[in-house]
Write a protein that binds this ligand. Structure first.
Ligand SMILES: [Zn+2]
Length: 70
């Protein structure tokens, strides 16, 4: 999974090794709405992109400050 993505965030393409946090595996289709755990539904995402995306999916106000990142 991480190898397929070349250890790069699949959204902003920043390398994991310069990130202060480990990248997370993001579901393209959230599991909460029936997404699978198959590779085709997974993407490696840095923390900022993952939180930004989470904001998009879940609409949490807390994450709005990450909107302009990446
Ligand atoms: Zn990113």
């Amino acid at each position: 999974m991480r190898k397929r993505a070349n250890y790069l965030c699949e959204y902003c393409h920043s390398p994991e090794r310069i990130s202060t946090t480990r990248f997370t595996v993001d579901h393209l289709i959230p599991k909460s709405i029936g997404g699978s755990d198959e590779l085709s539904n997974l993407a490696l995402a840095c923390r900022r992109c993952n939180e930004r995306r989470y904001n998009f999916v879940a609409g949490y106000d807390y994450y709005e400050k990450f909107q302009d990142y990446c």
